[in-house]
Design a protein around this ligand. Structure first.
Ligand SMILES: [Zn+2]
Length: 196
């Protein structure tokens, strides 16, 4: 199934919709970030990159694309807001997948699931050792390995005190969570000055 695509109104490039940040004209007449993609109205999209956030906040950016006022927040504020919101949704969806029994965690079980072809990507806690990331990347055999919420946070969602590595085995859920992880990682990798 083809993934719907949208154009970023800063760089004008087309990307899968679920890799972009959606905005709508909020009730206060300025663009509002719509991470759940549930707010009514026409949407405008930006890449999760500082360069596009900065450009998109200019008068000719998302404000104009949505036919509403120019946003009053800075690109740094927007990045922080998006990171916080994406992290929250990531935990929420992981919790949901967990309740469905569609999550495995711990190096051994994730490796087993990988070998059995039950996972397409892996989430490694933001504060997990580099060694775990390297180890998982080598086992992932070309599949994506993302950084995710920290160990204690993943633990709160999944049960044990700390979780270093997790994978989702239910394809539609996996796709949803991966889309959140992709954007979260892109924004997180940016160092805030637009150079990263
Ligand atoms: Zn862009």
């Amino acid at each position: 199934m083809a993934r719907p695509e949208r154009q970023c109104c800063a760089c004008r490039q087309t990307h899968p919709k679920d890799e972009l940040l959606r905005f709508v004209c909020g009730p206060d007449g300025v663009p509002t970030l719509d991470l759940r993609e549930k707010l009514p109205g026409r949407g405008a999209y930006l890449c999760p990159r500082m360069e596009c956030l900065r450009k998109g906040l200019r008068p000719k950016g998302i404000g104009r694309a949505l036919g509403c006022g120019a946003p009053s927040f800075s690109a740094d504020d927007l990045r922080a807001q998006a990171l916080e919101g994406l992290g929250r949704l990531l935990n929420e969806q992981l919790g949901h997948a967990h309740r469905m029994g569609a999550v495995v965690w711990g190096g051994e079980r994730v490796t087993e699931a990988l070998d059995a072809g039950r996972v397409d990507w892996i989430l490694v806690a933001a504060d997990a050792a580099q060694r775990l990331l390297t180890d998982m990347s080598s086992r992932a055999d070309g599949r994506c390995v993302y950084r995710g919420p920290d160990k204690a946070e993943l633990g709160r969602v999944l049960g044990p005190a700390e979780v270093g590595v997790v994978a989702v085995t239910h394809p539609p859920m996996a796709e949803k969570i991966q889309a959140l992880a992709v954007r979260w990682n892109r924004l997180r990798e940016e160092n805030g000055d637009g150079q990263g």
